[in-house]
Design a protein around this ligand. Structure first.
Ligand code: ATP
Ligand code: MG
Length: 582
């Protein structure tokens, strides 16, 4: 437990329905992945993500249920039922076949969050091709690099983003087709390109899904690039089994939920939990094309009566910055459950949820490579603020020592590992099998994160392998120091690194951005110092604190400590393709 943050009792009483995991320990004991397979419809052992997510519902009782409530950047609303989704994705599948795209080929998506992005994603899966999403804010170089490494044959994009492709296409010998979506506008495209509507509009609404098996490729996602070069993690169709199960048991879906995942499909959360988990569970998803804005977001929740909300620490810190009062000015009473992923969620963020919407925020942990949530705070379990919760019932996540032995002693730091074999485990880093193999040692998958487990099996994130600091014999978690710093009213965000030191090996250095209305001064720095020494003790408190205007972050909002360190030490910055624009 982190001092000052007592356990938050379980929230069952606040739930409108009984939680999907009433008893975590019992479910863990009796877990059998075969039971989940049974709940899905896998005719003749074939499995296709698009079938599980769309056709299964469109052919059954959910045909006329909304799959997507889409809100455009300028606030128009379009609703698509599961039946609409089936027709649209069939049309895309036929269109892609008509231009000669084959099973196993890589089809890239570069579009804002428009309905055709979602139709295309499932159309690609229906023909058995590999769908590879890109974040629409990428510049031409990162786009080129990713398409090149995956030898992509096709890019599906929009007129607005097309110039980025045109800037690099002559450097991409594998790229045969550029498909341009004009959402509603219509209009001509260049001779070298294919208009989406010209091939999709005339296509048939009937399509027979490619006969994909459990181990056929489905999705390739590039990692966020927080620690280095982004890697192309490739997944197979059976990943849907984990995504369905975690949707049901972690996102706690009920049939009448209105769910909103704020992540862009350019990142894995935007596909695993923006598409696969909600659709495979047959719930209704809100998709907002627009960007972040505290008021806009609260209006989305209020207007669409969102019940389950999945977002990220960086967004929560921005909402915190705008104040709980802004939240209280909206009717957010539809919300029953809020979750966060992507970075450690500071305890301050967990409890702020109570202040803003009477709900603590539930942190959970996973990676691009794991394809689905691996450990979580569940609605039926007390929250220990600062902990990522307990393993998903069907997954063995634990902490091991340097020899790969599970650490029996509570609160002892080690490598965070997962026992291989869960359905959504990635199957390779595309064209980099060696790197993939290097992650599997001693019978474990090494996640690259460090953590500790408490006596009750709650897992506490400490940092990335390279981020944990060793100062005068003490192991210091940058996350713990950052969490202490942001408790101070003057600090908006913090990034903490270890700086080489002759005597102490490393010393702790903190970079902070200030909340509105605060200015840097010697008094403020002294106050921050005092605060840290009181909270953390002199051995762990930062030796140096520097105020900066912005923290370097990935476009998905993760603090890039390696850049803070490289800049501090005057080293090469390495791969910065996912760095957010200043
Ligand atoms: P790269 O692998 O390219 O360096 P990345 O690791 O940030 O980038 P992702 O797969 O998007 O790419 O992120 C997974 C990582 O994010 C985890 O390994 C972990 O370090 C961090 N993370 C995600 N969720 C949490 C969480 N709830 N608490 C702590 N860390 C988290
Ligand atoms: Mg990673």
């Amino acid at each position: 437990m982190i001092e000052g943050y007592p356990e938050i009792p379980k929230t069952i009483g606040e739930l409108k329905a009984a939680p999907q995991i009433p008893d975590w320990s019992a479910m863990r004991e009796s877990w059998d992945w075969d039971d989940v397979w049974e709940e899905l419809d896998t005719p003749d052992g074939l499995i296709n993500k698009a079938y599980e997510c769309i056709d299964r519902h469109a052919d059954g009782a959910r045909a006329n249920k909304a799959a997507i409530i889409w809100q455009s950047a300028s606030n128009e609303i379009e609703t698509y039922t599961y039946s609409d989704m089936k027709k649209q994705t069939n049309k895309v599948a036929n269109a892609l076949k008509s231009i000669g795209i084959e099973k196993g080929e890589r089809v890239f998506l570069l579009a804002d969050r428009i309905p055709e992005l979602y139709f295309s994603c499932f159309g690609i899966l229906k023909i058995g091709a590999i769908m590879a999403p890109l974040f629409s804010a990428f510049g031409p170089e990162p786009i080129k690099d990713r398409i090149d490494r995956a030898e992509g044959c096709t890019v599906i994009t929009t007129p607005k983003l097309l110039p980025k492709i045109n800037a690099i296409r002559d450097q991409l010998p594998s790229l045969r087709n550029v498909i341009v979506i004009n959402h509603r506008e219509g209009g001509d495209v260049a001779d070298s390109d294919i208009s989406y509507s010209s091939i999709v509009d005339p296509a048939s609404e009937e399509f027979e899904i490619e006969k994909t098996g459990a181990e056929d490729w489905s999705v390739m996602h590039f990692t966020s690039g927080t620690t280095g070069l982004p890697k192309g993690a490739a997944h197979v169709h059976s990943a849907i089994v984990s995504q369905y199960a975690t949707g049901k048991y972690v996102l706690d879906f009920n049939d009448d939920d209105i769910y909103w995942c704020t992540a862009d499909p350019g990142w894995v959360t935007g596909t695993s939990y923006g598409m696969f988990a909600p659709f495979s569970n047959g719930v209704t998803s809100v998709i907002d094309e627009g960007g972040f804005g505290a008021k806009r977001w609260y209006e989305v929740v209020q207007n669409h009566k969102v019940t389950v909300w999945y977002t990220a620490p960086t967004a929560i810190r921005l909402l915190m910055r705008s104040g709980a009062k802004v939240a209280r000015e909206h009717d957010l009473s539809s919300l029953r459950y809020v979750m966060s992923v992507g970075e450690p969620l500071n305890p301050e963020g967990v409890v702020w949820g109570i202040e803003a919407f009477d709900l603590p925020i539930h942190d959970n942990w996973w990676q691009t490579e794991t394809g689905a949530i691996m450990c979580a705070n569940y609605p039926s379990m007390p929250i220990r603020p600062g902990s990522m919760g307990r393993p998903f019932p069907g997954v063995h996540v634990t902490v091991v020592d340097d020899e790969g032995n599970e650490i029996a002693e509570a609160e002892t730091e080690g490598a965070l590992v997962v026992k291989p074999g869960w359905p959504s485990q990635f199957r390779t880093y595309w064209n980099d099998q060696e790197r993939y193999d290097s992650r599997f040692i001693n019978g474990w998958y090494y996640t690259g994160d460090r953590a500790k487990m408490d006596a009750d099996g709650y897992i506490w994130f400490l940092g990335r392998d390279d981020d944990v600091i060793n100062t005068a014999g003490h192991l210091v978690s940058p996350f713990e120091v950052e969490s202490a710093l942001i408790e101070h009213e003057a600090v908006a965000e913090a990034g903490v690194i270890g700086k080489p030191d002759e005597v102490a090996m490393e010393v702790v250095k903190a970079f902070v951005t200030l909340s509105d209305g605060f200015e840097e001064s010697p008094e403020l720095l002294r106050a921050l110092n005092r605060h840290c020494r009181t909270r953390l003790g002199p051995a762990v408190a930062p030796r140096e604190i520097a105020v900066i205007d912005i923290l370097p972050k990935t476009r998905s909002g993760k603090i890039m400590r390696r850049l803070l360190k490289a800049r501090e030490l005057g080293l090469d910055e390495g791969d910065t393709s996912t760095l957010e624009d200043d």
